[in-house]
Design a protein around this ligand. Structure first.
Ligand SMILES: Cc1cc2nc3c(=O)[nH]c(=O)nc-3n(C[C@H](O)[C@H](O)[C@H](O)COP(=O)(O)OP(=O)(O)OC[C@H]3O[C@@H](n4cnc5c(N)ncnc54)[C@H](O)[C@@H]3O)c2cc1C
Length: 336
């Protein structure tokens, strides 16, 4: 099966790039993958995956890497310090740290023969046939800051906790080894002078989540797990002409959906047959790019629009009754 003629070069070794590289390699394609950073590493991410099918994971050849992830169904919702409601998710959300998942995937990719270069930052190369851009969030003025850390000993209220307020929200999710991932997205507030790991309790207090802020400040923090990211915008990313962008480089769904990782996998799945056809020499690069872009728009368009409309409701105090009483199932359907 190996030895097809054209190589695919992937820039960005996050979930999109790694899962695509693995799937291409399983299908006999020669793949070169460039990752600016190194593995293992902590990433700003809520670390729960909602809405991905087993079929997608198997098509990509990554089901084994997620087989032992936690499966969470109970969710507790909070606004400020008010416990609004509890729900059972219609299907379990998978939870696993990015530290572990990205590392497992890079090991699988290496074993399968992906030519993986970490510490390799690529430049965009518009119109270059066979090059795929999966380098994640584009730098943009979005006004958001994402914060994440692993903590232990916070007395969880449910398997998943979602805490909202007027300026942001934060999720609490158990991952491996007794650690809870705490990850939030907040409107940047320049008057907050806290630094490094003090930022998260400060942003939570500013958002009215004072009880959670105290729980987190008093918890044991996993060394090296605190990470922060700013300078990105949600939604469709401004496209660069002649560049095939997938995953977050294509579009960022608001994190509250737990669907960004699903979209990373699904965008790799969408691109896969087309890239195999290009590598086989049965389709041209421009035909392949056109087909992938059309299918991405079809697969993600409605979901991105619904998430964009629902996102402001999380911050609006007038929407609190809706958050408290709206039936969960139809809301989730909008986001798949
Ligand atoms: C606050 C926050 C919380 C989130 N919570 C969740 C959640 O709970 N569930 C969920 O499903 N999703 C969540 N997401 C979204 C999810 O993390 C992303 O959708 C997902 O990581 C996208 O994967 P990706 O591979 O496209 O991008 P990334 O994971 O960002 O990977 C891109 C990779 O490219 C590398 N890179 C960058 N530039 C270059 C370059 N020039 N050359 C080579 N390599 C480069 C980077 O180092 C990085 O490793 C969250 C996002 C945020 C901001």
């Amino acid at each position: 099966m190996y030895g097809l003629s054209k190589t695919i070069i992937i820039s960005g070794g996050g979930l999109t790039g790694l899962s695509l590289a693995i799937a291409l390699r399983i299908n006999g394609v020669t793949v070169s993958l460039h990752e600016a950073g190194s593995y293992p590493r902590h990433r700003v991410c809520g670390e729960f995956i909602s809405g991905v099918s087993q079929e997608t994971l198997e098509t990509l050849g990554i089901a084994d890497s997620l087989a032992d992830s936690h499966r969470h169904r109970s969710v507790a919702w909070f606004s400020g310090n008010d416990h609004l409601r509890d729900n059972i998710l219609p299907a379990p959300a998978l939870a696993i740290s990015r530290h572990l998942l990205d590392d497992r995937l890079q090991k699988t990719a290496t074993i399968l023969g992906v030519d993986l270069h970490d510490g390799s930052r690529r430049k965009m190369n518009p119109n270059a046939a066979g090059e795929v851009w999966t380098a994640g969030r584009k730098l943009a003025k979005g006004g958001w800051i994402g914060l994440k850390a692993h903590v232990r000993g916070i007395s969880p209220k449910a398997q998943l906790e979602m805490h909202g307020g007027p300026r942001g929200y934060l999720g609490v999710t158990p991952v491996e080894d007794g650690w809870h991932n705490v990850c939030g997205l907040f409107r940047i507030n320049k008057s907050i002078s806290a630094r490094h790991s003090d930022l998260m309790p400060a942003y939570l207090s500013d958002n009215g989540n004072t009880e959670l802020s105290q729980r987190i400040a008093a918890a044991e923090w996993r060394e090296g797990s605190f990470t922060a990211v700013a300078g990105f915008a949600l939604g469709l990313q401004s496209p660069t002409r002649g560049v095939l962008s997938l995953g977050d480089s294509h579009a960022i769904i608001p994190p509250f959906t737990g669907n960004g990782m699903t979209m990373a996998f699904q965008s790799a799945e969408t691109a896969l047959p087309h890239l195999i056809a290009y590598a086989n020499g049965t389709r041209t690069w421009s035909e392949v790019c056109e087909s992938i872009q059309l299918q991405l728009a079809k697969r993600f368009g409605k979901r991105l629009t619904s998430a964009k409309l629902l996102h402001p409701l999380l911050f609006h105090t007038v929407a609190k009754p809706l958050l408290k009483h709206a039936p969960l199932r139809p809301l989730l359907t909008l986001l798949r």
